[in-house]
Design a protein around this ligand. Sequence first.
Ligand SMILES: Cc1cc2nc3c(=O)[nH]c(=O)nc-3n(C[C@H](O)[C@H](O)[C@H](O)COP(=O)(O)OP(=O)(O)OC[C@H]3O[C@@H](n4cnc5c(N)ncnc54)[C@H](O)[C@@H]3O)c2cc1C
Length: 448
Amino acid sequence: MTTGPEPAFRPAAPETLTTDVLIVGGGMIGLTAAIAVARAGLSVIVAEETPPPPTLLPAFDGRVSALAHGSCQLYRALGLYDALAADGQPILDIHVTDGRLGEAASPLFLHFHHGDVGAEPFGLMVENRHIRIALHRALERIADSSNRQFAQMSLNGAVLPETALAAEERVRLLAPVKVAATARDGAFATATLADGRAVRCRLIVACDGRHSPLREAAGIRTVAWDYRQAGIVATVEHERPHAGVAYEHFLPGGPFAILPMTGNRSSLVWTERADLAPALIALDAADFDAEMRRRFGTHLGAARAVGPRFSYPLGFHIATRFVERRLALVGDSAHGLHPIAGQGLNLGLRDVAALAEVLADGCRLGLDPGDPTLLARYERWRRLDSVVMGTVMDGLNRLFSNDAPPVRLLRDLGLAAVNRLPPLKKFFMQHARGSIGKLPRLLDGRPL
Ligand SMILES: Cc1cc2nc3c(=O)[nH]c(=O)nc-3n(C[C@H](O)[C@H](O)[C@H](O)COP(=O)(O)OP(=O)(O)OC[C@H]3O[C@@H](n4cnc5c(N)ncnc54)[C@H](O)[C@@H]3O)c2cc1C
């Protein structure tokens, strides 16, 4: 054995961070989950692979989310509602019609007025980027004052290599960093980050979106199908005010939704056959506007599309299990729906509220956040609701994307019948508001 001088350089051991809960994915669901789980009294690390600034700019995501009344209550309870409402448009009425291109809408329609189920609007339309900005600012507000760089970063769009935030020392955002691998055993879960660091925790919450790498790695299967439809999203400026009315116009290619935004603006979610969508998106402004107006109608006066256009492939999926040992699926990692009634994010926020409540109750009892009984309670609570919502949205899309005359006649009569039957109408309105079923405390606007 030879002895000699110590090597000049010895690589440092990779850093291991520890936390109660690791949230993988810092989209709208992951960031909301981080704030809610921290409120439950647990320490949280969020790992997001995309740097924050691009996700806060208009070109990243043109969608506008219809936050149902229940989701608004959750954001109220988390102290975020005022920030969202400052950039949001309340939905006061919902008007549903059936039609064909170039023909007048059927005279049989369905109209929901928010006043029929209470004083509050059906929900709030908020641009996704405003939701992201509000969530990042909430993290900033509760951040360690030494970390003011992040406030500047999210406001001026500069890219920083990594941002670490402390929420009363309980929430830390790591971005951009990808979770490369995870391992879960009886006592702990460990995630390996792409930069070589590791995170050791009690529970991993997968908020990593519809293609969820964590769900795949855990061997959780999905029931899934493709609608062969695309959701074309664009913002339209129009001459007359929309008065807070959301229009859902059913056309043979799929639903054409005109959703009220602030000012004389509306957001289109235009469902079209997937093979036709690329050509529509590529049209020049005049031709795109001409196609858009054939569907949009003239009720809001002259209208033109402004800003970028987006196209999203539409499909359905639901995970066969929502939990595994020390792992919970939340949001699009657990389920994905047709956006026919704008319920995908709302369903994910219901997951967040249920998981935070289960973890808060577990904390009070001194249980490990990865305790199988807590995870089983979360799964029981959320899976059935998700299956029901997914099936209803799937059925509606199939029913209303069908151009066969007998089907059209039946559904038009159905719309008119619901419009004239107050108890049935009220039932649908309560669904649209997201205020039906056993609600977690946060969805009722109550603290954890
Ligand atoms: C056209 C359209 C309109 C819609 N309109 C509405 C509406 O009006 N109302 C509504 O409620 N819903 C709506 N939805 C649905 C809603 O947009 C989605 O349900 C929601 O965005 C899902 O959010 P999420 O955070 O679960 O997933 P995502 O937004 O996909 O976020 C997942 C995040 O995980 C990150 N990630 C993935 N893997 C890793 C990894 N290994 N390491 C680190 N980070 C990782 C990704 O970078 C990403 O940021 C609509 C959907 C479409 C397509």
